[in-house]
Design a binder for this molecule. Sequence first.
Ligand SMILES: [Fe+2]
Length: 390
Amino acid sequence: MKNATQTTEENVGTTTAPLVSQFELNLDAWANLLYAGRYDEDEDIDTESLVWRSLETLSRVSGADGCSIALADWNQELLVFQNGPRVTRQTHSHDTILMKGSLGAQVVKSDGPRVASDMKRDPQYRYPDWIRQHGFSAAGCFPLGARGRILGVLTLYFRKARTWTDPEKELLRGMAQSISAAIDNSLLLSESRNNSLSTVQALVRSLEARDSVTSHHSLRVTQYATLLGEQMKLSTREMRALQYGAMLHDIGKIGISTEILNKNGPLTEEEYTVVRQHPIIGARIVESVDFLRDAVPCIRHHHEQYDGKGYPDGLKGEKIPLIARVVCVPDFFDALTSDRPYRGALDPEIAIAEIRENAGTVFDPAVANLFIKIHASGAVPLAVAQEFTS
Ligand SMILES: [Fe+2]
């Protein structure tokens, strides 16, 4: 990026309170913003809320009358306005602007800041209706960029014309860099999460291609597990482990022959012994994949029973990992209410009665009761289905 800040108009405006002293008065908020984009595996960094949070802090600490962030869409040569606390998408006449003509476009193209002391009197700038309606006069526009690429622009608006001092411009450049790093982190993280989800989907599809009996079973179990997890107020990290665990709980069946998986009739004792290996096989497949490590306990222990009579390790009560105790209830429900080669689907009420009867023996009673309550409410979280099948 260029170092020299470019001022495109003589400083003719009325000077408002210096930004530098505003920032000094709000060091805590400034520090919060610096850390806004730090990696925290317990909390997903969502770009939209990160932008909102950054703009909120920036409005407070800078005393600006409005702040906005527009992110670059290089494919379409557009700047896409993001929602902020004072300047929303609706504020602008359009959600996007072409990368030409505007102050922001100049910043993106030149990779350097631009400040205007009084846009009303400066012929170099367009003065769009929405800026006029807000009565903004001065603006400072700073590039957002990280790792050698331009991400977008940050703009501060003031109703009074102002003289921009060099320390202010340097301070705002630094602020823009902090925000850039945070946005870049969140974009990388969401890209990585999407790749992870695609990997999991590919694994599940490869399983379901072999095991025609349990088509979409993993998806339905994930839907119910998600609802259970939400009601139990699991953390972001626990929810992720739960959802990956639910999707992949039967992945070990990849290691079981299709003759056994698709057998048209009850299994022999020997065949059942082979099938009982699938939690161990599944855990082994997944444990070497870094982003799936938290889901391994769910995969290994989803057939444990609360009374210790399950498999593969005979764990009892709360020794069974929580996400496994959660997944085993919808897993049981969906198995009973789906067609099998050797029997038709059972009525959901029969499955619910079984769950009620086995709460405290097979199932964690708290999870079982919550599932019964959720089922009675008729809720099924569609969002997971949409995400999973998209
Ligand atoms: Fe299973």
